[in-house]
Design a protein around this ligand. Sequence first.
Ligand SMILES: C[S@@+](CC[C@H](N)C(=O)[O-])C[C@H]1O[C@@H](n2cnc3c(N)ncnc32)[C@H](O)[C@@H]1O
Length: 257
Amino acid sequence: MNNSYWDDYNRRIYEQEHMQVSLEHRGFRCGYNEEMVSLRFKILEKYCRGKRVADLGCGTGSYLIPLAKITKEIVGVDFSRNMLNTLQTKLNNQPHNSIQIYHENIKNISLETASFDVVYSIATLYYVSDVGKVVLEMNRILKKGGIAIFELGNLWSLNTIITRKAPTGVKSFHVSLGRMYKIIKQAKFRILKHRAFQLLPMQSGPIYLLPLVSSKWKIIMSKKIKERMLDEIMSSSFLFKHLAFRHLFVCQKEETT
Ligand SMILES: C[S@@+](CC[C@H](N)C(=O)[O-])C[C@H]1O[C@@H](n2cnc3c(N)ncnc32)[C@H](O)[C@@H]1O
């Protein structure tokens, strides 16, 4: 099955009504997800303030809407009409002048070359086949020196063993850490920050992995030591980096390209 088959397969799942509800950020008992949302916001706020920004895979706008208050202009791109309709409804209740929405595949965006200061993609690229294409598109639409913030999923992680598909049914496309570095290099990005998370899976899976998915582990891994969760400290260590699932990169487009 080729990549466009999987694009269409995933898009049809995102078009289903229940997806909007399952993607909203809800409080998790252990606080792990709340912490992830909050640290993403901190990074995004730092780079997006006063800038022209693109959100690839914006969904219903969980990040786009709050960021619109501090950006100069923000553009959301998503291939699910269902998600964008919900985003539009939220915007109608709370109008913003400087938001534009594009109904497109993020592998092939119609946005102008070298026109953005920042482009980001949160919790989306785990589910995109041929993710290298999206990273190339990010580089294309950025101005020289512009910033790309994105998360990739590691193929060699416990999370991948457990979730060949996301709980919502979406097909995942994870890549090894080595492949992530290659994709970033091929797109001519310089890595400014690389943070790793989710050493242990967050959902239940095969019986032999059950001891690792107990809620006690989640509580332990959510504990913070000097502003960082134990999960991040362990996931970013030399020993475990290649096994952690979620890799968040802040990259800069080379000034000379
Ligand atoms: C898991 S949701 C994340 C939404 C949002 N970034 C957030 O964190 O709340 C993934 C979103 O990416 C969109 N998406 C996935 N693959 C896409 C693609 N190839 N082109 C455009 N949008 C895509 C889906 O429709 C969905 O809205």
